[in-house]
Write a protein that binds this ligand. Structure first.
Ligand SMILES: O=C(O)CCC(=O)C(=O)O
Length: 258
């Protein structure tokens, strides 16, 4: 897609239908209701309020935890068609993560390039982020800097200022990020209605603010890589040391057909 090549980011319009959004929200609510032992496999991160209330902030590996459910959602929505449009016919699913940002105490996602927080080099990848609730400035929508992908990788640092070198194997205790002082202007907000999506390049600098509103801001991100690019090496293990199972669009369609 030309806009992603030019700006590093593009709004995609509606990707999920109302019925699909409702099914996905129910699936996520079921995970929220599960005990820690069941949800552990989804590598959860929690947000905690000042008075000690705890809610899911992020869960990973959604597709691989329930392939038939997700293959059906992907095939009946515009996800697969857009993946091929944006990453080419060799589009391969690497990650599927829900970002739950609960009302009142949903935490910030600090500025980063997706490439900067991945422990591998992927020659070309795109992230498609889909809103499951209204996603607005008031409840912490995705924000970013159009054009920030043009100069390639930017050094990422940990909270203590340590610069991350992904080639030495990255398992940082805190999430690496790009200091906001690097930018003179304020980031652009990407406000979305439920079902709408925004896609970005792996060098696009983005993040999101805390959610102090009374409305949850739920969204999910899928990352597709172009497995046909020279230099592509299939990643073996994810952040948690778990074996990865990248899936081509054809494999996802086959799963949907059962
Ligand atoms: O959901 C968010 O607030 C941020 C998502 C994000 O940074 C990502 O998908 O890389």
């Amino acid at each position: 897609m030309d806009v992603v090549a030019r700006d590093g980011v593009a709004k995609l319009g509606a990707v999920l239908r109302t019925e699909q959004i409702e099914r996905v929200l129910r699936w996520l609510e079921a995970r929220e209701a599960e005990n820690d032992e069941l949800v552990k496999d989804l590598q959860p991160e929690f947000d905690v309020s000042s008075d000690g209330r705890r809610r899911l902030g992020r869960i990973r590996r959604l597709f691989w935890s329930d392939p038939r459910f997700w293959a059906d959602i992907f095939e009946r929505s515009r996800i697969l068609e857009l993946a091929v449009d944006l990453a080419g016919p060799s589009a391969t699913l690497l990650f599927h993560t829900a970002f739950m940002k609960p009302s009142s105490f949903g935490s910030e996602v600090t500025l980063h390039q997706d490439d900067g927080v991945w422990p591998w080099d992927l020659p070309y990848s795109i992230t498609m982020w889909m809103a499951l609730t209204p996603s607005k400035v008031t409840n912490g929508c995705v924000i970013g800097y159009p054009g920030s992908h043009r100069n390639g990788p930017i050094p990422h640092v940990l909270k203590d200022g340590t610069v991350i070198d992904k080639r030495t194997g990255m398992r940082p205790r805190s999430w690496p990020s790009i200091p906001s002082s690097r930018f003179n202007d304020t980031p652009v907000p990407y406000e979305l209605e439920p079902g709408e999506a925004v896609a970005w390049h792996h060098y696009f600098v983005h993040g999101s603010a805390e959610n102090h509103s009374g409305i949850d801001r739920k969204g999910m991100a899928v990352v597709f890589t172009d497995a046909s690019r020279p230099g592509f090496h299939r990643p073996d293990f994810d952040y948690a040391g778990r074996r990865m199972e990248p899936l081509s669009v054809a494999e996802i369609k086959a799963l949907a057909r059962g």
